[in-house]
Design a binder for this molecule. Sequence first.
Ligand code: SAM
Length: 239
Amino acid sequence: MENKDILRKGIEELGISVNDKILQDFKVYREVLVDWNQKMNLTGIEEEREVYIKHFLDSISAITNNYIKDGMSIIDVGTGAGFPGLPLRICLKNVKLTLLDSLNKRINFLQEVSAKVGIDDIEFIHGRAEDFGKDENYREKYDIATARAVAGLPVLIEFCAPFIKLGGYFVCLKGPNANLELEEAKKAIEIMGLEFVEKIDVKLPELDLSHNILVFKKIKNTPEKYPRKAGKPSKNPIK
Ligand SMILES: C[S@@+](CC[C@H](N)C(=O)[O-])C[C@H]1O[C@@H](n2cnc3c(N)ncnc32)[C@H](O)[C@@H]1O
């Protein structure tokens, strides 16, 4: 199967209808990714098929079981080269997306990709989750927070929970050790006002790869003292 057909089929299997513009946007996204990757570290993966599966389809799989719906507000914390937030926005046109990362070069890359595919309504934030989670313009303002490959779960929960509205969800893409991480994060989940909802096993097409999506619901406001000062959550995770 051609790469674009793998991508089309993978997206359609998640219940999203695909047009040529979406496929073209992903083609451009990957080209800009490879181009910028020559001068800065964005990804270890450049080959088209692998980017399509391990970055794009992996990101879009976050919509499994419909916690993420078109029209919602989403903040992607530690988005790096845009994963999972930007592929979700390419597929769901009415998502109000905020991409946050502490490295400005990555934000510049994301602005270029967005401009090239004609998306002009993304909010880009250069900064640390710990700082913006305290800012009243961002705190408890989002339907959904997402994250992939940013930190261990106790730390990640302190980064992400403050952004989520009551009744909203944290959709977290994790590798094979999700069960162990969940065990370690019990206290952080409780303190930060979340409730564990489910672990979803996701199989990616073509490659023999699977991963987990952990879903949490915001059931209580996050106590004011969290997130702690920048650097503190990683140095001294809630355990
Ligand atoms: C390994 S990369 C993962 C990027 C992307 N989510 C992915 O799955 O490919 C981790 C990213 O998190 C960002 N990051 C780490 N700690 C952060 C923090 N406290 N606040 C904001 N961004 C952070 C880093 O700058 C980096 O871009």
